[in-house]
Design a protein around this ligand. Structure first.
Ligand code: GUN
Ligand code: ZN
Length: 428
């Protein structure tokens, strides 16, 4: 067993933050050998229960759950910051040509390593990731995540039409490859597989139908795709699938809406779409830096709350501009202020942080497993230095309560504040 003494941030079941200014986190193996949180709370209440355990004291530091990135593209690490008129030209001009380079397995392996370094440096310990349409891109990412003992869910992109040579796959083979990858990787250690139709316009009906059949045959796999991101894209999806009630309903019509289905963006929804998300247990991966960079629009937080469907935060690198969870939370705050409903809402710092940790875990169906530091949760966490930069130090020193402290970090912190990242009980 190991124990750390520092300020400790966790989340209650209702999403509110629990904070011990002088906290203790005790880590040890569970019955299966998995390193988990054995105890978490006030140092004064807990330390006497662990007489033989060495306690590492980290004065002035904050221990918090590792962040969860609900939607990120590992092959788009080098696409960050590519300007375009909007989503569709961005895909054509930058993203597809770049993803075609992943036909080379050695290139894919090199990028997998750099990508996971970047996630971990920023304190992200769980991600739901797109690979490319090349099956070996999944092997590259999974092998590297397994070596690092990271909890990662990923999948091979399905795109059998409206896609250029180099990334377009073939319907039947793409489904065979998906099933082979599910059998190879899903449930192996801390890894999971996500069935990954890129978005409805890039998939034939036969490919979507096949994806839905696999989702039914392997009900604890994840599903990930994009929806209702951009007005042009929506017009195109509606033209290609005129029988469906809405763009989102295309996925429902092919059996792709269920728990563990995560849809990126979900911006241009009506209330029937929101109710479909709620009723099927699907979740939105809100990607504010991407939506601002590509000019896609603003996620409607008021609508999501009013109807009540699951949502959490995502970088959406490379449409997104940063791997840094602090930058994503700040962008989400700004997007909430804009909203589609005026005057917008002021998301609380506790809620922003929850959306990138325990709330994201709930969206993945992994609540109680990752994204929190309650007893039984896996031992993935970060040690933050609230004095990492001069301005952050001034601001956090003057914080009068937890909300002010968390808001200071959301607005001013970056990877310099992430002093230590612990994955499966081991510091990196
Ligand atoms: N829609 C289809 N593919 C993509 C992608 O790679 N990024 C984003 N942001 N939207 C998409
Ligand atoms: Zn995306």
């Amino acid at each position: 067993m190991q124990a750390l003494r520092a300020a400790l941030l966790r989340f209650a079941d209702d999403g509110s933050a629990l904070y011990d200014e002088d906290g203790l986190l005790v880590i040890g193996p569970d019955a299966t050998g998995q390193k988990v949180v054995r105890a978490a709370g006030a140092y004064s209440a807990l330390h006497a229960n662990y007489p033989g355990v060495a306690i590492e004291h980290l004065p002035g530091r904050i221990i918090a759950p590792g962040f969860i990135d609900l939607h990120v593209h590992f092959p788009q690490t080098d696409v960050i910051g590519s300007p375009a008129e909007g989503l569709l030209p961005w895909l054509e001009d930058y993203t597809f040509p770049h993803e075609a380079r992943f036909s080379d397995p050695a290139y894919a392996r090199g990028m997998a390593s750099f990508f996971l370094d970047e996630l971990q440096r920023n304190g992200v310990t769980t991600a739901l990731a797109f690979c490319t349409s090349h099956p070996h891109s999944v092997d590259a990412l999974m092998e590297e995540a397994e070596r690092r003992r990271l909890r990662l869910v990923a999948g091979k992109v399905l795109q059998d039409r409206n896609s250029p040579d180099g990334v377009r796959d073939e319907t039947e083979q793409s489904l065979i490859d998906t099933e082979t990858l599910i059998r190879r990787w899903h449930g192996r250690g801390r890894l999971g597989y996500a069935i990954t139709p890129r978005f409805a316009p890039s998939c034939s009906e036969a490919q979507l139908r096949g994806a839905g059949e696999l989702a039914a045959r392997y009900p604890d796999t994840w599903i990930q795709s994009h929806v209702a991101e951009n007005k042009e894209e929506i017009r195109w999806a509606r033209e290609l699938f005129p029988a469906s009630r809405s763009y989102l309903a295309v996925y429902q019509d092919f059996g792709l809406m269920r728990e563990r289905a995560i849809y990126a963006h979900c911006i241009h929804f009506d209330d029937a779409d929101r109710a479909l998300m709620r009723d099927t247990g699907a979740a939105a991966a809100v990607s504010p830096t991407s939506n601002l960079f590509l000019g896609s629009g603003f996620f409607d937080y008021e609508g999501a709350r009013r109807i009540g469907f699951r949502h959490g935060l995502a970088s959406d690198v490379g449409g997104g501009t940063s791997f840094c969870p602090f930058h994503t939370m700040l962008a989400a705050y700004c997007v909430g202020r804009e909203g589609q409903t005026k005057p917008g809402i002021s998301l609380s710092p506790q809620n922003l942080w929850w959306q990138h940790t325990a709330g994201a875990a709930q969206a993945l169906g992994l609540d109680g497993v990752v994204g929190n530091l309650q007893p039984g949760c896996e031992a993935d966490f970060v040690v933050l230095d609230p004095r990492a930069t001069p301005l952050l130090a001034r601001k956090t020193t003057h914080a009068r309560n937890l909300d002010e402290l968390l808001f200071s970090l959301i607005v001013l912190a970056d990877d310099r504040a992430v002093e230590r990242v612990v994955v499966d009980g081991l510091a990196r």
